[in-house]
Design a protein around this ligand. Sequence first.
Ligand SMILES: [Fe+2]
Length: 327
Amino acid sequence: MPIPAPNLYPDFNTIRLSHVCLNVKDLAASKTFYTDILGLQVTDETDSHVYLRAMEERGHHCIILQKSDQPGTVEFMGFKTFDEEDVETAESYFRGKGRPTSWVDRPYQGKTLLTSDNMGIPLEFYHKMDRLAPIHQKYALYRGVKPLRIDHFNCFSHDVDASVAFYSDFGFRVTEYTEDDVSKKLWAAWMHRKGGVHDMAFTNGTGPRLHHVAFWVPTPLNIIDLLDLMATTGYVDNIERGPGRHGISNAFFLYILDPDGHRIEIYCSDYQTVDPDLEAIKWDLQDPQRQTLWGAKAPESWFKHGTKFVGVETKDSEIQASPIIAP
Ligand SMILES: [Fe+2]
Protein backbone atom coordinates (compact mmCIF):
# COMPACT_ATOMS: atom_id res chain seq x y z
CA MET A 1 0.00 0.00 0.00
CA PRO A 2 1.24 3.54 -0.57
CA ILE A 3 2.19 5.44 2.55
CA PRO A 4 -0.64 7.65 3.83
CA ALA A 5 -0.67 11.39 3.13
CA PRO A 6 0.53 13.25 6.22
CA ASN A 7 -2.13 14.58 8.57
CA LEU A 8 -0.76 18.09 9.21
CA TYR A 9 -3.66 19.11 11.46
CA PRO A 10 -4.16 16.18 13.85
CA ASP A 11 -6.85 16.19 16.55
CA PHE A 12 -4.23 16.72 19.27
CA ASN A 13 -0.57 17.75 19.28
CA THR A 14 2.03 15.17 20.33
CA ILE A 15 5.39 16.93 20.40
CA ARG A 16 7.78 14.01 20.87
CA LEU A 17 8.48 10.65 22.41
CA SER A 18 9.33 11.03 26.07
CA HIS A 19 10.06 7.93 28.10
CA VAL A 20 9.74 4.17 28.46
CA CYS A 21 9.23 1.86 31.45
CA LEU A 22 11.34 -1.31 31.19
CA ASN A 23 10.72 -4.33 33.43
CA VAL A 24 13.96 -5.74 34.82
CA LYS A 25 15.05 -8.66 36.98
CA ASP A 26 17.91 -7.18 38.99
CA LEU A 27 17.43 -3.47 39.63
CA ALA A 28 21.02 -2.98 40.82
CA ALA A 29 22.52 -4.68 37.74
CA SER A 30 20.30 -2.65 35.43
CA LYS A 31 21.14 0.57 37.24
CA THR A 32 24.85 -0.16 36.78
CA PHE A 33 24.34 -0.75 33.05
CA TYR A 34 22.29 2.41 32.49
CA THR A 35 24.51 4.68 34.62
CA ASP A 36 28.11 3.42 34.48
CA ILE A 37 27.94 2.12 30.89
CA LEU A 38 25.32 4.26 29.15
CA GLY A 39 25.93 7.29 31.35
CA LEU A 40 22.35 8.25 32.27
CA GLN A 41 21.78 10.24 35.45
CA VAL A 42 19.66 8.91 38.33
CA THR A 43 16.88 11.36 39.24
CA ASP A 44 15.19 9.16 41.85
CA GLU A 45 15.25 5.60 43.07
CA THR A 46 13.18 3.40 45.34
CA ASP A 47 13.27 -0.32 46.19
CA SER A 48 11.28 -1.02 43.03
CA HIS A 49 12.11 1.74 40.54
CA VAL A 50 15.05 3.74 39.18
CA TYR A 51 14.32 6.96 37.26
CA LEU A 52 16.91 8.24 34.80
CA ARG A 53 17.45 11.18 32.49
CA ALA A 54 19.99 12.01 29.79
CA MET A 55 22.27 15.04 29.92
CA GLU A 56 20.21 17.53 27.87
CA GLU A 57 16.86 16.58 29.34
CA ARG A 58 14.96 18.90 31.69
CA GLY A 59 12.10 16.48 32.24
CA HIS A 60 12.44 14.15 35.24
CA HIS A 61 12.83 10.85 33.38
CA CYS A 62 13.31 9.21 30.02
CA ILE A 63 13.82 5.69 31.36
CA ILE A 64 12.03 4.04 34.26
CA LEU A 65 13.57 0.74 35.36
CA GLN A 66 10.93 -1.28 37.17
CA LYS A 67 11.74 -4.38 39.23
CA SER A 68 9.39 -7.05 37.94
CA ASP A 69 8.57 -10.74 38.05
CA GLN A 70 8.27 -10.47 34.25
CA PRO A 71 11.73 -9.12 33.42
CA GLY A 72 12.54 -8.46 29.80
CA THR A 73 9.08 -7.01 29.13
CA VAL A 74 8.04 -3.42 28.53
CA GLU A 75 5.39 -1.75 30.70
CA PHE A 76 4.55 1.28 28.52
CA MET A 77 5.95 3.94 26.21
CA GLY A 78 5.37 7.64 26.89
CA PHE A 79 4.76 10.69 24.69
CA LYS A 80 4.59 14.39 25.61
CA THR A 81 1.82 16.63 24.30
CA PHE A 82 1.99 20.36 23.56
CA ASP A 83 -0.40 21.30 26.37
CA GLU A 84 -2.82 19.92 28.95
CA GLU A 85 -5.82 20.28 26.66
CA ASP A 86 -4.13 17.91 24.21
CA VAL A 87 -4.08 15.21 26.90
CA GLU A 88 -7.85 15.58 27.32
CA THR A 89 -8.40 15.55 23.57
CA ALA A 90 -6.18 12.48 23.24
CA GLU A 91 -8.46 10.63 25.68
CA SER A 92 -11.58 11.23 23.59
CA TYR A 93 -9.61 10.55 20.39
CA PHE A 94 -8.41 7.10 21.47
CA ARG A 95 -11.80 6.27 23.03
CA GLY A 96 -13.34 7.17 19.68
CA LYS A 97 -10.95 4.73 18.01
CA GLY A 98 -12.22 1.98 20.30
CA ARG A 99 -9.05 1.87 22.37
CA PRO A 100 -9.16 1.47 26.17
CA THR A 101 -8.42 4.68 28.06
CA SER A 102 -7.76 5.41 31.72
CA TRP A 103 -6.22 8.15 33.84
CA VAL A 104 -3.19 6.90 35.77
CA ASP A 105 -1.09 8.29 38.60
CA ARG A 106 2.56 8.48 37.60
CA PRO A 107 5.16 9.92 39.94
CA TYR A 108 6.64 13.21 38.69
CA GLN A 109 3.98 13.58 35.97
CA GLY A 110 0.76 15.57 35.77
CA LYS A 111 -2.43 14.26 34.24
CA THR A 112 -1.49 11.09 32.38
CA LEU A 113 -3.58 9.12 29.90
CA LEU A 114 -2.92 5.39 29.52
CA THR A 115 -4.22 3.89 26.31
CA SER A 116 -2.93 1.55 23.61
CA ASP A 117 -2.41 1.56 19.87
CA ASN A 118 -4.18 -0.68 17.35
CA MET A 119 -1.69 -3.49 18.02
CA GLY A 120 -2.07 -3.23 21.79
CA ILE A 121 1.16 -1.34 22.56
CA PRO A 122 0.58 0.44 25.89
CA LEU A 123 1.01 4.19 25.32
CA GLU A 124 0.79 7.05 27.77
CA PHE A 125 0.33 10.73 26.98
CA TYR A 126 1.03 13.59 29.37
CA HIS A 127 2.00 17.25 29.23
CA LYS A 128 3.45 18.08 32.65
CA MET A 129 6.51 16.37 34.06
CA ASP A 130 8.65 17.73 36.91
CA ARG A 131 11.33 20.00 35.46
CA LEU A 132 14.90 19.70 36.68
CA ALA A 133 17.85 22.10 36.56
CA PRO A 134 19.96 21.91 33.39
CA ILE A 135 23.06 19.70 33.62
CA HIS A 136 24.24 19.72 30.01
CA GLN A 137 27.20 21.95 30.90
CA LYS A 138 28.11 20.07 34.08
CA TYR A 139 30.83 18.18 32.27
CA ALA A 140 32.06 16.50 35.44
CA LEU A 141 28.85 14.44 35.34
CA TYR A 142 29.36 13.02 31.84
CA ARG A 143 30.01 9.27 31.78
CA GLY A 144 29.71 6.28 29.49
CA VAL A 145 28.52 7.13 26.00
CA LYS A 146 27.51 10.66 27.13
CA PRO A 147 23.83 10.31 26.17
CA LEU A 148 22.21 13.68 25.42
CA ARG A 149 18.55 12.71 24.93
CA ILE A 150 16.19 9.89 24.12
CA ASP A 151 15.69 9.91 20.36
CA HIS A 152 13.23 7.24 19.22
CA PHE A 153 11.41 3.97 19.70
CA ASN A 154 11.35 1.15 17.15
CA CYS A 155 8.75 -1.62 17.42
CA PHE A 156 8.07 -4.85 15.59
CA SER A 157 4.63 -4.90 13.97
CA HIS A 158 2.98 -7.88 12.29
CA ASP A 159 1.20 -5.38 9.97
CA VAL A 160 3.34 -2.28 9.36
CA ASP A 161 0.72 -0.76 7.01
CA ALA A 162 -1.87 -0.86 9.82
CA SER A 163 0.58 0.59 12.37
CA VAL A 164 1.59 3.42 10.03
CA ALA A 165 -2.05 4.24 9.24
CA PHE A 166 -2.89 4.38 12.96
CA TYR A 167 -0.04 6.75 13.92
CA SER A 168 -0.45 8.83 10.76
CA ASP A 169 -4.01 9.64 11.78
CA PHE A 170 -2.77 11.45 14.90
CA GLY A 171 -0.02 13.32 13.10
CA PHE A 172 3.07 11.12 12.81
CA ARG A 173 4.69 11.71 9.40
CA VAL A 174 6.65 9.12 7.40
CA THR A 175 10.22 10.13 6.52
CA GLU A 176 11.59 6.87 5.07
CA TYR A 177 10.14 3.44 4.33
CA THR A 178 10.88 0.02 2.91
CA GLU A 179 8.30 -1.74 0.77
CA ASP A 180 8.06 -5.44 -0.11
CA ASP A 181 8.16 -5.47 -3.93
CA VAL A 182 5.96 -8.58 -4.21
CA SER A 183 3.10 -7.85 -1.82
CA LYS A 184 3.50 -4.05 -2.04
CA LYS A 185 3.11 -3.98 1.72
CA LEU A 186 5.29 -1.86 3.96
CA TRP A 187 8.18 -3.79 5.47
CA ALA A 188 9.32 -0.93 7.70
CA ALA A 189 8.61 2.78 8.20
CA TRP A 190 10.09 5.69 10.16
CA MET A 191 7.68 8.35 11.50
CA HIS A 192 8.29 11.61 13.35
CA ARG A 193 6.68 14.41 15.34
CA LYS A 194 9.70 16.34 16.60
CA GLY A 195 11.48 17.10 13.32
CA GLY A 196 14.10 14.34 13.15
CA VAL A 197 13.87 11.16 11.10
CA HIS A 198 11.67 9.47 13.69
CA ASP A 199 10.06 9.35 17.08
CA MET A 200 8.63 5.95 16.25
CA ALA A 201 9.57 3.31 13.68
CA PHE A 202 7.95 0.01 12.79
CA THR A 203 9.73 -3.08 11.53
CA ASN A 204 8.03 -6.13 10.07
CA GLY A 205 8.05 -9.13 12.39
CA THR A 206 6.27 -10.89 15.23
CA GLY A 207 4.59 -8.05 17.01
CA PRO A 208 3.92 -5.96 18.80
CA ARG A 209 7.29 -6.04 20.51
CA LEU A 210 9.82 -3.35 21.33
CA HIS A 211 12.73 -3.55 18.92
CA HIS A 212 14.83 -0.81 20.51
CA VAL A 213 15.03 2.50 22.34
CA ALA A 214 17.58 4.95 20.96
CA PHE A 215 19.69 7.66 22.58
CA TRP A 216 21.32 10.58 20.81
CA VAL A 217 25.02 11.09 21.57
CA PRO A 218 27.33 14.00 20.66
CA THR A 219 29.60 12.29 18.10
CA PRO A 220 30.48 8.89 16.57
CA LEU A 221 33.61 8.93 18.74
CA ASN A 222 31.43 8.50 21.82
CA ILE A 223 30.25 5.23 20.28
CA ILE A 224 33.85 4.03 19.82
CA ASP A 225 34.57 4.96 23.44
CA LEU A 226 31.50 2.98 24.55
CA LEU A 227 32.71 -0.09 22.66
CA ASP A 228 36.09 0.12 24.40
CA LEU A 229 34.34 0.52 27.75
CA MET A 230 31.94 -2.41 27.21
CA ALA A 231 34.67 -4.67 25.85
CA THR A 232 36.76 -4.24 29.00
CA THR A 233 34.11 -4.20 31.72
CA GLY A 234 32.35 -7.53 31.15
CA TYR A 235 29.80 -6.39 28.54
CA VAL A 236 31.39 -7.68 25.32
CA ASP A 237 28.52 -10.15 24.78
CA ASN A 238 26.01 -7.27 25.04
CA ILE A 239 27.36 -5.72 21.80
CA GLU A 240 25.02 -6.85 19.01
CA ARG A 241 25.48 -4.83 15.83
CA GLY A 242 27.70 -2.03 14.60
CA PRO A 243 29.17 0.49 14.77
CA GLY A 244 28.16 1.78 11.38
CA ARG A 245 26.24 4.34 9.41
CA HIS A 246 22.65 3.57 8.47
CA GLY A 247 21.45 4.08 4.90
CA ILE A 248 17.99 4.84 6.26
CA SER A 249 18.25 8.00 8.44
CA ASN A 250 21.96 8.49 7.57
CA ALA A 251 22.67 8.20 11.31
CA PHE A 252 25.73 6.68 12.94
CA PHE A 253 24.67 3.73 15.11
CA LEU A 254 25.49 0.93 17.54
CA TYR A 255 23.06 -1.66 18.98
CA ILE A 256 23.62 -3.15 22.41
CA LEU A 257 21.52 -5.28 24.77
CA ASP A 258 20.84 -4.44 28.40
CA PRO A 259 21.00 -7.15 31.13
CA ASP A 260 17.35 -8.18 30.44
CA GLY A 261 17.66 -8.22 26.65
CA HIS A 262 16.10 -4.82 25.99
CA ARG A 263 17.87 -3.47 22.90
CA ILE A 264 19.35 0.03 23.08
CA GLU A 265 20.59 1.96 20.06
CA ILE A 266 23.23 4.64 20.31
CA TYR A 267 22.50 7.13 17.55
CA CYS A 268 23.69 10.44 16.16
CA SER A 269 23.62 12.66 13.11
CA ASP A 270 20.33 12.13 11.33
CA TYR A 271 18.71 15.08 9.56
CA GLN A 272 16.00 17.74 9.90
CA THR A 273 12.49 16.84 8.72
CA VAL A 274 10.28 19.75 9.83
CA ASP A 275 9.13 20.75 6.33
CA PRO A 276 5.46 19.76 6.05
CA ASP A 277 5.99 18.85 2.39
CA LEU A 278 9.10 16.72 2.96
CA GLU A 279 9.03 13.76 0.56
CA ALA A 280 9.45 10.33 2.15
CA ILE A 281 12.38 8.25 0.88
CA LYS A 282 11.64 4.72 -0.37
CA TRP A 283 14.15 1.87 0.05
CA ASP A 284 14.44 -1.58 -1.51
CA LEU A 285 14.21 -4.43 0.99
CA GLN A 286 17.05 -6.25 -0.77
CA ASP A 287 19.43 -3.27 -0.60
CA PRO A 288 21.93 -3.95 2.21
CA GLN A 289 22.94 -0.28 2.11
CA ARG A 290 19.60 0.61 3.67
CA GLN A 291 20.72 -1.30 6.78
CA THR A 292 24.30 -0.09 6.75
CA LEU A 293 25.52 2.44 4.20
CA TRP A 294 28.90 0.69 4.14
CA GLY A 295 27.24 -2.57 3.06
CA ALA A 296 27.57 -4.74 6.19
CA LYS A 297 24.50 -6.93 6.71
CA ALA A 298 22.61 -7.00 9.99
CA PRO A 299 22.77 -10.22 12.05
CA GLU A 300 19.76 -12.55 12.24
CA SER A 301 19.16 -11.59 15.88
CA TRP A 302 18.46 -8.04 14.77
CA PHE A 303 15.43 -9.25 12.78
CA LYS A 304 14.23 -11.78 15.36
CA HIS A 305 14.87 -10.51 18.87
CA GLY A 306 12.61 -8.04 20.61
CA THR A 307 11.01 -7.57 24.02
CA LYS A 308 7.28 -8.05 24.57
CA PHE A 309 4.87 -5.54 26.04
CA VAL A 310 3.66 -6.99 29.31
CA GLY A 311 0.38 -8.87 28.92
CA VAL A 312 0.10 -8.14 25.17
CA GLU A 313 -0.31 -11.10 22.80
CA THR A 314 1.86 -11.14 19.67
CA LYS A 315 1.08 -12.23 16.11
CA ASP A 316 3.41 -13.46 13.38
CA SER A 317 3.78 -11.33 10.27
CA GLU A 318 2.22 -12.58 7.04
CA ILE A 319 4.90 -11.05 4.78
CA GLN A 320 6.98 -13.83 3.21
CA ALA A 321 9.84 -11.64 1.99
CA SER A 322 12.97 -11.54 4.09
CA PRO A 323 15.81 -9.07 4.15
CA ILE A 324 19.45 -9.93 3.52
CA ILE A 325 20.93 -11.31 6.73
CA ALA A 326 24.60 -11.63 7.64
CA PRO A 327 25.80 -15.28 7.38
FE1 LIG B 1 16.74 3.11 15.59
